[in-house]
Design a protein around this ligand. Structure first.
Ligand SMILES: Nc1ncnc2c1ncn2[C@@H]1O[C@H](COP(=O)(O)OP(=O)(O)OP(=O)(O)O)[C@@H](O)[C@H]1O
Ligand SMILES: [Mg+2]
Length: 418
């Protein structure tokens, strides 16, 4: 759920959202107390502009979360069976579990509905703070492009979170993993996913107390069975600046390769710092290349650094596009998307568009029905791409697949920066 990227740039640690924490589990079927979380200035309702622009989104007055006991979640996941592992991140492993649709009581495998259960690894660098942030932000935010948090468990040292199950997994897996179940995403699907994720971010930015997501990356964009995109992981989320302030000052946290330069350099976090992260993901979607990949030739490890000049050159753009698209994309749409990406990646946060503007630009690209470009010479693309399928493993020895089997891991982009 996000990592500390170093502390040297830290100027001041801004406290987490003021919280009256939900108390530890009090037994089955209990709900979070009404005092849970006072993340937002006002107790209810998102700002009028957000309501107009995103009528489906709202901020709940009280998180409506089920409090699970540890034994309930152990039962739902068949004792945290290794075959049920959906993935693993900095917080710990994520397991598939089965619960009753109405009561959310644990049920037998194959009965009721599937949920995703994230369990803190005691050796994790993350912990209570991220868990608390997830409960207090995601527990009250409701929008079609945000993953639904269903409940949580806090018993002694056990911290768990229970989410709606996103059957297609993360965008990261679809962009970068190979093998059955990971067919290349078409241009129109990529656009639809980008629009969904952009709407989620735009909702956060325009809500009552603007929320800065701070950990926008491909692994935090999850896809449901229809490839609808939803943002997950609010462990690093922060309330936006208040009054005349343009930014909040905070310890530098996030994921290497996605974090905005001003934030990494100064600890100053702007709403527009999220827009930079969005630009990095757009670039990954256009190119099929990871934000950070030490298997690429030297000088090309950081995607933004070397791809930015190429993005600005319309004649070279075709070389940059993901070969897995096989040229099946409208060249004008690709150019517009590249230009939008460049704007999002502007060095000065003030020059970046708002997420509302990003949504509008992406919708405009989607609405155009252009002819796909002719397939081009794919050999042009090879230089910059990873050789072979091996990736560096900095952290976990394997990344289980959604079917529970083990496969080669991905690059961990989240090594400490300093
Ligand atoms: N609600 C969910 N439904 C289905 N799969 C999920 C769900 N949440 C997480 N996963 C799977 O578990 C993986 C790990 O998720 P997690 O958020 O813990 O780590 P991460 O995003 O990869 O890394 P980080 O720790 O930086 O957030 C995801 O990539 C995804 O494949
Ligand atoms: Mg995540």
């Amino acid at each position: 759920m996000g990592n500390c990227m170093g502390s040297a740039a830290a100027v001041q640690v801004v406290s987490q959202p003021s919280t009256a924490l939900p108390s530890p589990a009090r037994g089955p079927s209990s709900r979070a107390p009404s005092s849970c979380g006072s993340v937002y200035g006002r107790s209810v309702g998102s700002r009028a502009s957000a309501e107009e622009a995103y009528p489906d989104g709202r901020i709940l007055e009280v998180p409506n979360l089920r409090i699970f006991t540890f034994s309930e979640l152990r039962a739902a996941t068949q004792k945290f069976k290794v075959d049920y592992v959906l993935g693993e991140g900095g917080f710990g492993r994520v397991y598939k579990g089965w619960v009753d649709e109405t009561t959310l009581n644990p049920s037998k495998s194959g009965v009721g509905m599937i949920v995703a259960v994230k369990k803190l690894n005691p050796e994790s660098m993350q912990g209570l703070q991220e868990w608390r942030s997830e409960v207090n932000f995601l527990g009250r935010l409701s929008h079609p492009n945000l993953v639904k948090l269903l409940g949580y468990c806090w018993e002694d040292k056990e911290l768990l979170l229970v989410y709606e199950f996103m059957s297609k997994g993360s965008l990261e897996n679809h962009l970068f993993r190979r093998g059955a179940g990971f067919q290349p995403l078409s241009w129109s699907l990529r656009l639809r996913i980008a629009i969904g994720a952009a709407r989620g971010l735009a909702f956060l930015h325009t809500s009552e107390k603007q929320v800065i997501y701070r950990d926008f990356k491909a692994s935090n964009i999850l896809l449901d069975s229809n490839f609808n995109a939803k943002l997950s992981d609010f462990g690093l989320a922060k309330n936006g600046p208040t009054g005349n302030d343009t930014h909040v000052t905070t310890r530098v946290m996030g994921t290497y390769g996605y974090a905005a330069p001003e934030y990494v350099a100064t600890g100053h976090l702007y709403i527009k710092s999220d827009v930079y992260g969005f630009g990095v993901v757009l670039l990954e979607m256009l190119t099929g290349l990871r934000a950070l990949d030490t298997n690429r030739p030297s000088g090309q490890h950081n995607l933004v650094d070397w791809a930015k000049p190429v993005l600005a050159d319309r004649r070279k753009l075709a070389r940059l596009m993901d070969p897995r698209l096989e040229g099946q994309y409208p060249s004008r749409g690709a150019l517009q998307a590249a230009q939008l990406t460049l704007k999002c990646l502007a060095t000065d946060p003030k020059s970046r568009p708002s997420m509302k503007e990003v949504v509008a630009a992406l919708e405009e690209i989607e609405s155009r029905k252009s002819r796909p470009a002719e397939p081009r010479d794919l050999s042009l693309c090879r230089g910059a791409r990873s050789h072979g399928s091996a990736h560096v493993h900095h952290r976990s020895p394997y990344t289980p697949r959604h079917d529970g089997s083990r496969s080669a891991g991905r690059v961990s982009h989240r090594s400490p920066m300093l």
